[in-house]
Design a protein. Sequence first.
Lengths: 272, 286, 290
Amino acid sequence: MPLRRTLVAALTAACLFPPLAGAAETAKLTVTGASTLAPLVSEIAHRFENANPGVRIDVQTGGSSRGVADVRRGIADIGMVSRVLKPDEDDLTVNIVARDGVGMIVNTANPVDPLSRDQVIGIYTGRITNWSQIGGPDRPITVVNKAEGRSTLDIFLEHVQLKPTDVKAHIVIGDNEQGVKVVAGNPWAIGYVSIGTAEYHAQAGTPVRLMALGPVVATTGNVANGTYGAARPLNLVTAKPPEGVAARFIAYSQSPAVHDLIHDQYFVPAPR
Amino acid sequence: MSIDALRRRRTARVVDAAVWGVPAITVAALAWLLADVVWHGAGQIDLAFLTTAPRSAGRAGGIAPMLVSTAIVVAIAVAVALPLAVGTAVLLVEVLPPSASAGRWIRRSLDILAGMPSIVFGLFGNLVFCTMLGMGFSLLSGGLTLACMVLPILMRAAEESLRGVPDGCRRGALALGMPRHRAITAVILPCGMPGIIDGLTLGVGRAMAETAALVFTSGYVDRMPSALTDSGRTLAVHVFDLSMNVTGGDRWAYATALVLIGLLLVTAGLLSLASRFLQRKGAHKP
Amino acid sequence: MTSISSRRPAERLFVTGLGLCGAAASLTIVAVIGVTTVEATPALSVAGPQAFLTDDGWFPLSGRFGLMPMILGTVLVSLGGLALAGPMGIVSAVFCNHYAPAAVATAYRLLLKALAGIPSVVYGLWGLVTLVPLIAAWAPPGASLLAGILVLALMILPTVAVVADSAIQQLPPALHRGGAALGMRRHTIAFRVVVPAARSGLATALVLALGRALGETMALLMVTGNLVQYPSSLFDPVRTLAANIALEMAYAQDIHRSALFVSGLVLALLVAAALVVAEVLAPDGTRHVD
């Protein structure tokens, strides 16, 4: 009887003071933004949830611009942005999590190697239209470009000093994987994609070959040590300087504890 | 044999060949596509794949939460859209006179709805259900958005099916002194059920295959949902993410697509059995 | 038709309920277009509606908003897909009802229904990995109007076939028997009697399929090349309006984002225009078959 009374009392107390009954804290974070970052942040969130019972992190995708907009409107606690922030976005607090290099890819059947920056410019402005013009076989070049607004397009254009209107492309694509598949299926195509993605596919036997955009060899290693310039930051942004669970989650995302997850997504941990 | 008769027989043979040729081409194209999916995906599928949660962004583990999320989202969509669609179809066929302009406008509005791209539904659902109605990223938002999307398919199929119900059925029921609403629910709808179920199969297929509308509404969270207000990733969204955003996710994308197609075949099979059962039960067409 | 008897309360309640269904169903498009219009307004007021029709090229970040090539691209891909899938779907339905042995028909129907539910991205992947390289080997770049038409035809074929099949199945058997009694051959009955009798249902099938075609996004995004240009042959890349939205929405902000909603609005107008054409061309679909 006393036992039962104690139990009832304990249960009542638990109901009245749920925070005392549960683990250290209960919190829910919403993270939205870039589809490039979503798989990585989703995995980081799972690991963070396991280490912090009671915390729940919902990761939603939909693009970098969505990340910025949702954080500003207060719909999301943290936004994922896979590009450099623009001057009119200085109201946001930026935390870089990883970096993603951009390199040229061609099909392995294509013998032309290397390509100079001038040749790349020639190809993308329509001055060079056949591989025979630069020492390859007599085949027309299929130029693969990224869609307007994409951050890899910005990095590429900045690197070759072209305006979006200068580019004469044959195929316009969205995501990296699409770029790899286009070049893998067309021996005479040229495109540019994320270096990590290209390295994975080259290892996995997909017929694509990675080439540098600039003088430094395109490897994730050179992106990591900062010598390879054509790279974009993968950021977590917040409307105000982060506090509480959000701050801890961001710090965790930047810590070595998640480097294996970053490598799993073929990105490069950001230098601290 | 006259030349005329010969010519006629040749025409018959050409037409027959064409009629057999079309399904042959269709089956060949589909077999090609399905073989591709099976070739790349079948190796990953086992019991664990169906019963565990994904790991490593879907490149390990399974798809159990996605199976559950898909079932819930599709169920919500059907539960909302089917009554609306059948009600509208009954209104158009049984209540409004054929020349009524209201009927024409309802039909036109649904036809336009059918042509809106799914990403527009996604942005619409995000704004209306997630934000304005405060449902957030949830299975409920996703289901309601899908309901808007499949409404035209269900309505058009139901309408067409009811139009096909012979007038004899209607007159018979009314001659028995049935009130109109009884005649509709007891006689006309059962007669039209096979066509409604065909439409339902198309609608469920469309709903299960949907990606862009759901990314913005039911969302991306790959946890097992525990409430309708939870966000949950569907199979099609998972396929899309694995094939477009996850490097090295292709095989898993194909495997998930294969499960999705299998699920659809089972659903279509069950629905067609139900349709045949109902047809036999209601086989008193004059 | 008999007039609506709304004397009885149950009857009145029933009809009111149906009216509400109809109202809700037709208000959905009003809401969807309303939201799209609100989102499209900034771009329309900044650039002016005519800019979307007359601007040369689509560079929204540089203030050039020409949608005309994409409108043409959308129309060409959709009509091409429908031109292939329409007849094939109708023949498929005839096949199921008048040619195939029962077991074959059942299996074929099941296959068609399953096909309707394969995600766009799977069609797109197949097109990108299998079909586009085949075309590229023949006429580069491969990603083209033709690839779009072929993939789209495969995608909308089930819609045409399943709805057409329902329509033909529902025709009174007397129609077929009557033809047979007159000594007509099978193909004459099928194409001279059955198909014309089912034309209202067949028109529905084509309209639904055209809707699906105009709005199709992911599969076309992967195979048409997405180049904003007027194609000069089947082998030239094109971009569709729906693909435009999906391709650029992820990184679009402010006016660029708003301009993408204009694409959506133009698409809705295009669907409406297609319906007007269909209503003029197609027979009146409100007759009961008895």
